[in-house]
Design a protein around this ligand. Structure first.
Ligand SMILES: [Zn+2]
Length: 415
């Protein structure tokens, strides 16, 4: 296919600049031009009429779990901790799990997410590495993926006393790197979902966190973590963790540290699951009392106070996170943008920047992903309406006229 011109609509380029009437020209897998106004298309070009719509960069999910089983149209009530975890009583084989993850990847791409940064695999093994590589090779449709290891706690009963030492942990990280993961996920804090009072328990010592940081640098992988309490957040930042998730109970010192290192790290609250647990999950056995027991009520309240401050300090907070449960099936991820606006005080345009420009940065593809700009990869959406005024339009896939990834139409295209 020759040149493709998206014309007649408005352009939101991902930088935060106001949308403007304009057009986007794609050649091969890249964007050739982004320009205001509408000019006659050159001979032989494919013209996509975007009247009434906005051309914008593809969305990036900042805390993906493509190996979690629930997706839109495929709810799996047996993975719903702590209500039901019988999924693990009859876990899928590696082949079945890859097929499930491939299904989820397609559903996430169908929802407009052309990239995803993983926050952890559900099971040990390398299913996510295979998924990433199959997507990259064009064998299955899905978001560009950064794959993350099994989410590791530091429980000596589970891992053995020898494994839960600085040396054992360093070996674990080297093993995950050798499996091909881009990042290793550690549960630096526990969570109320797993054990009463867990969010305030730190599961790694300072020596272990330092050994993890050194091992990750040595192996060339990133570290991600689940960190709810102040101590776990500080351990993460001081030891070079690249993504520090949740952070619900950050204190002033933790916030200062996050701000001090804001050019090197990302956070994501994964607020969607908290919101769902508190407001939308009764049919899945999570009533108010259960949401309180799971810590969701307290975390939602804490995050609602905390994240406006993160925003004020310019810390890169990414939308998305913890979709894959029955109450947050994969495919609904764009709802997070609305929660950023409603709960955290982001303008719609700021929420979009977090999901696009910062998304390109968390993918480690700044300079070629996350914006509509010359030489960037042609990952773009044509969305009915103006998401820079109303992000809710992104929640209905029927509004996505076009989903393009690397210059290829995943959805829509020439009539
Ligand atoms: Zn998660």
């Amino acid at each position: 296919m020759g040149e493709i011109v998206f014309t007649g609509g408005s352009v939101f380029d991902g930088s935060g600049r106001d949308p403007f009437p304009g057009e986007v020209v794609v050649r091969g897998d890249r964007i050739a031009a982004v320009r205001p106004g509408h000019s006659p298309a050159p001979e032989g070009a494919t013209v996509i009429d975007c009247a009434g719509a906005t051309v914008m960069p593809g969305l990036v999910e900042g805390h993906a779990h493509l190996t979690f089983p629930s997706a839109v149209g495929h709810l799996e009530p047996r993975f719903n901790p702590p209500v039901d975890v019988s999924f693990f009583g009859a876990p899928p084989t590696a082949e079945e799990h890859l097929a499930l993850a491939e299904r989820n990847a397609r559903i996430l791409l169908d929802a407009g997410f052309t990239s995803a940064y993983s926050a952890g695999s559900l099971t040990p093994g390398n299913v996510e590495v295979q998924l990433r590589d199959r997507i990259a090779a064009g064998e299955v449709p899905g978001p560009r993926l950064r794959a993350a290891s099994f989410e590791r706690d530091n429980n000596p009963v589970r891992h053995g006393a020898e494994a839960t030492t600085p040396t054992g942990l360093a070996r674990f990280i080297a093993e995950q790197a050798a499996l091909g993961f881009d990042s290793v996920k550690l549960l630096l804090s526990n969570d109320d979902v797993f054990v009463a009072g867990g969010s305030m328990q730190t599961q790694y010592t300072a020596e272990e966190a330092a050994a993890a940081g050194a091992a990750a640098r040595e192996a060339g992988v990133w570290l991600n973590c689940h960190a709810q309490n102040p101590e776990s957040i500080k351990l993460a930042v001081r030891n070079g963790f690249r993504s520090v998730y949740h952070c619900s109970y950050a204190d002033e010192e933790a916030l200062d540290l996050l701000e001090e290192h804001k050019d090197e790290l990302f956070t994501a609250p994964a607020v969607g699951i908290m919101w769902a647990n508190v407001h939308e999950a009764e049919e899945f056995g999570i009533d108010r009392a259960m949401a309180e027991r799971m810590g969701s009520v307290a975390q939602l309240e804490a995050q609602t106070a905390l994240y406006p401050e993160m925003r004020r300090r310019g810390i890169r907070v990414l939308p998305g996170g913890d979709y894959g449960f029955p109450q947050t099936p994969i495919g609904r991820n764009a709802r997070d943008l609305q929660l950023f606006v409603d709960l955290f005080g982001y303008t719609p345009a700021e929420a979009l920047v977090a999901a696009t420009k910062w998304g390109g940065e968390v993918m480690d593809m700044a300079g070629e992903l996350g914006l509509l700009a010359p030489d960037y990869l042609a990952d773009l959406l044509v969305v009915q309406g103006d998401p820079a005024r109303d992000v809710s339009v992104l929640q209905d896939p029927a509004n996505l006229d076009v989903i393009m990834q690397g210059g290829r139409f995943h959805k829509g295209g020439p009539a």
